[in-house]
Write a protein that binds this ligand. Structure first.
Ligand code: NAD
Ligand code: AHE
Ligand code: ZN
Length: 369
């Protein structure tokens, strides 16, 4: 079938809005009509050419919501008409990782996903007879996409797709990082570096966890109002200070924070986030994705004296088990999604979504197909 899609033909170039061909779902696969997709910084990261797994030409996008159109042979957990959120972290329930009870990092389709192909090693997308690659097992920048059954969370048909698409990545990642990875407790002190969709979701999660002080840090002070709305008690712009930001945070708190979160993808800030954690027990969660060749460093003494360095993918959330409940929570007003949607636009304007992100003017742009 034909599908309108935004295709990344080359790293660093704008997406091209074209009509592509989408082949039918194979066994264990599902054809989805995407209704909405958010644009996450990770899409921009891969488009920039910095992603070691980046492969072109590709249909990017991984923060979507849609409706099942057709199921391949053997698919049992969804049927045409079901409302779904595609998952870049699958949940098969069968692999070593799913069964461990320790992680959400399912391996069922991860190897082929990272190569931009479906589990059988081929693509369902093509243009002019030549294959286009899939992205993160989702490719939500196409009106029609094919994903593995294990990469689909079935959610309430009553949900507002313009908002719940953000549970496909940004908001779930931030909330989950607080609850599952850091396990923030009432009264804990938290520092959040980077106030985009991820950092603001961390602040919302910290508020829900009844954290005490929530320190929001960004070099763009236009993010501070929304951070305060979500529950930040202090807002700090590193540019307003001569000392390194970790020193500023330690001085503000006495010994540092119980939990810090890096929501930027900058290895220098990752170091600062670790070093502003409390002596003896403070922990720092890396959420940001850093470019090819980048490495983190600190004095080992920082760890010897009790700080812990952690990381999280999709907030540790198991999508098929947990997203339906999170969608219900959003519908019940227990999770706020509306404030994240600062811009909406049609697919034809998707390059503007990237421009707004790079200019620091948006939190999330949501594409309405
Ligand atoms: P974003 O671009 O919307 O927000 C980033 C924020 O960081 C901006 O507000 C920017 O002003 C701020 N910033 C940049 N440099 C800074 C600095 N030196 N000090 C302080 N603030 C600074 O991005 P986003 O969509 O919120 O994504 C954030 C990061 O999280 C990206 O690296 C993305 O790839 C990653 N991510 C990871 C996961 C995961 O599962 N681990 C999931 C989603 C996104
Ligand atoms: N492909 C990159 C890594 C990218 C990355 O770390 N992705 C995060 C999700 S970002 C969502 O916006 C993630 O979930 N990672 C775990 C995984 O299995 O991909 C690289 O460095 O190769
Ligand atoms: Zn994302």
């Amino acid at each position: 079938m034909k599908s309108r899609a935004a295709v990344a033909f080359k790293a660093g170039e704008p997406l091209q809005i074209i009509e592509i061909d989408v082949a039918p779902p194979q066994p264990g696969e599902v054809l989805i009509r995407i209704t909405h997709t958010g644009v996450c910084h990770t899409d921009a990261f891969t488009l920039s050419g910095d992603d070691p797994e980046g492969i072109f030409p590709v249909v990017l996008g991984h923060e979507g919501a849609g409706i099942v159109v057709e199921c391949g042979a053997g698919v049992t957990s969804v049927k045409p008409g079901d409302h779904v959120i595609p998952l870049y972290t699958a949940e098969c329930g069968q692999c070593l990782f799913c069964k461990s009870g320790k992680t959400n990092l399912c391996t069922a389709v991860r190897a082929t996903q990272g190569k931009g192909v479906m589990p059988d090693g081929t693509t369902r997308f093509s243009y002019d007879g030549k294959p286009l690659y899939h992205y993160m097992g989702c490719s939500t920048f196409s009106e029609y996409t094919v994903v593995a059954e294990v990469s689909l969370a079935k959610v309430s048909p009553e949900a507002n797709h313009e908002q719940v698409c953000l549970l496909g990545c940004g908001v779930t990642t931030g909330l989950g990082a607080v609850k599952n990875t850091a396990k923030v407790q009432p009264g804990d002190t938290v520092a959040v570096f980077g106030l985009g969709g991820i950092g603001l979701a961390v602040i919302q999660g910290a508020k829900l966890a009844k954290a005490g002080r929530i320190i929001a840090i960004d070099t763009n002070p236009s993010k501070f109002d929304l951070a305060r709305t979500f529950g930040a008690t202090d807002c700090v712009n590193p540019k307003d200070h001569e000392q390194p930001i970790q020193q500023v945070i330690v001085e503000m708190t006495g010994w540092g924070v119980d939990h810090s979160f890096e929501c930027i993808g900058n290895v220098n800030v990752m170091r600062a986030a670790l070093e502003c954690a409390h002596r003896g027990w403070g922990q720092s969660v890396i959420i940001g994705v850093a470019g090819s060749g980048q490495e983190i460093s600190t004095r080992p003494f920082q760890l010897v004296t009790g700080r812990r360095w952690l990381g999280t993918a999709f907030g540790g959330v198991k999508g098929r088990s947990e997203l339906p409940g999170m969608v219900e929570d959003a519908m019940a007003g227990k999770i706020q999604l509306a404030p994240f949607v600062t811009h909406t636009m049609g697919l034809a304007d998707i390059n503007r979504a990237f421009e707004l992100m790079h200019a620091g003017k948006s939190i999330r742009s949501v594409i309405n197909f």
